[in-house]
Ligand binder design. Structure first.
Ligand SMILES: Nc1ccn([C@@H]2O[C@H](COP(=O)(O)OP(=O)(O)OP(=O)(O)O)[C@@H](O)[C@H]2O)c(=O)n1
Ligand SMILES: C[C@](O)(CO)[C@H](O)COP(=O)(O)O
Length: 221
C-alpha cells in the first residue's frame, strides 16, 4: 500500500529575508510562516507522516504546531543535509514529498497533483514555464539574452519514491539546488507537474506582503 510522508525543511536562517528572526518564524496574517506550511500538510488526507527539519537553535520552537503525525529533527549546514536528516526519520511511508517551509501558500490541490504523479514515476515536481524574456547582465547593463524555451522555475513539494531518493542522496556528494538535481544525478526520472504562481518561496522582505495578499484573497478579505 502506497503511503506518503512529507519532509518540511525549515533549518535555514532566512538571511535574504531579513527581519528580527528567521523567516519561518515571522508572522504571516498573525501566524508564523511555519504554522501555515505545516497546517497545509497536516490537513491533507493523504499525508501519513510529517517530519519538520529545524535549525538546532530552534528545536523547541515548533512544539505548538506539532500533531500526532509530526516529528522534529535537526537540520544540517545546507538544504541537502537537512533533507537527508529528514528522510532518515521517515518510517511510515513508501514515498515522500520534500517541501520548503518558506512556501506557506502551498495548497491541497498542488500536494495532490504531486502525489498523483508519483503513481506513474519515481519522481515528480511542480514547476512553471518561464514566460518572460531572459537576459544576462552586469553592472546594471544587459550583456546578453537567453533562450527561454524549455526553461522552468522549480517549486516544491518535490516528490519521490522514498527508497530511491534516499539512495540518490546517499550517492550525492555536497550540496544541491533542489532534490530534483540530486534525483537526476542518480538517474531517476522526474515528471514536471504544473506549479502554482501563488506557491512562492518567501525569500526577500517584500515576499511577506505578497504572501499576505494571497492569503487574504483566499479568505475573501
Ligand atoms: N541548511 C538549510 C538551508 C535551508 N533550508 C531550508 O530550505 C528552504 C529553501 O531555502 P531558502 O529559501 O534559501 O531558505 P534560507 O536558507 O533560510 O534563506 P537564505 O538563503 O536567505 O538564508 C527553506 O525552507 C530553508 O529553511 C534548510 O532546511 N536547511
Ligand atoms: C528548492 C527550491 O525551492 C526550488 O526552487 C530552491 O532551489 C531553493 O533555493 P534556495 O536558494 O535554497 O532558496
Amino acid at each position: 500500500m502506497t503511503k506518503t510522508a512529507a519532509v518540511i525543511v525549515a533549518a535555514g536562517r532566512g538571511v535574504r529575508a531579513g527581519g528580527a528572526e528567521p523567516k519561518q518564524w515571522q508572522a504571516l496574517c498573525g501566524k508564523p510562516v511555519l504554522a501555515h506550511t505545516l497546517a497545509a500538510f497536516q490537513s491533507h488526507p493523504d499525508i501519513a507522516q510529517i517530519v519538520v527539519v529545524l535549525h538546532p537553535d530552534d528545536m523547541m520552537r515548533a512544539d505548538a504546531y506539532l500533531d500526532a503525525r509530526t516529528q522534529v529533527v535537526a537540520g544540517g549546514p545546507e538544504r541537502a543535509a537537512s533533507v537527508r536528516n529528514g528522510l532518515r526519520m521517515v518510517d511510515d511511508a513508501t514515498q515522500v514529498l520534500i517541501h520548503d517551509v518558506a512556501r506557506p501558500m502551498i495548497t491541497h490541490a498542488l500536494i495532490s497533483r504531486v502525489i498523483d504523479a508519483l503513481a506513474t514515476t519515481t519522481g515528480a515536481a511542480p514547476a512553471l514555464a518561464v514566460t518572460d524574456a531572459l537576459w544576462t547582465g552586469k553592472d546594471n547593463r544587459v550583456t546578453g539574452t537567453q533562450d527561454r524555451r524549455g526553461l522552468y522555475r522549480a517549486q516544491t513539494p518535490q516528490g519521490f519514491d522514498l527508497k530511491s531518493i534516499i539512495a540518490a542522496h546517499d550517492a550525492h556528494a555536497g550540496g544541491a539546488a533542489d532534490d530534483v538535481e540530486v534525483a537526476r544525478a542518480f538517474g531517476l526520472e522526474v515528471a514536471i507537474v504544473p506549479g502554482d504562481e501563488d506557491n512562492l518561496k518567501i525569500t526577500l522582505p517584500e515576499d511577506f506582503a505578497r504572501a499576505e495578499r494571497i492569503l487574504r484573497g483566499r479568505d475573501g478579505h
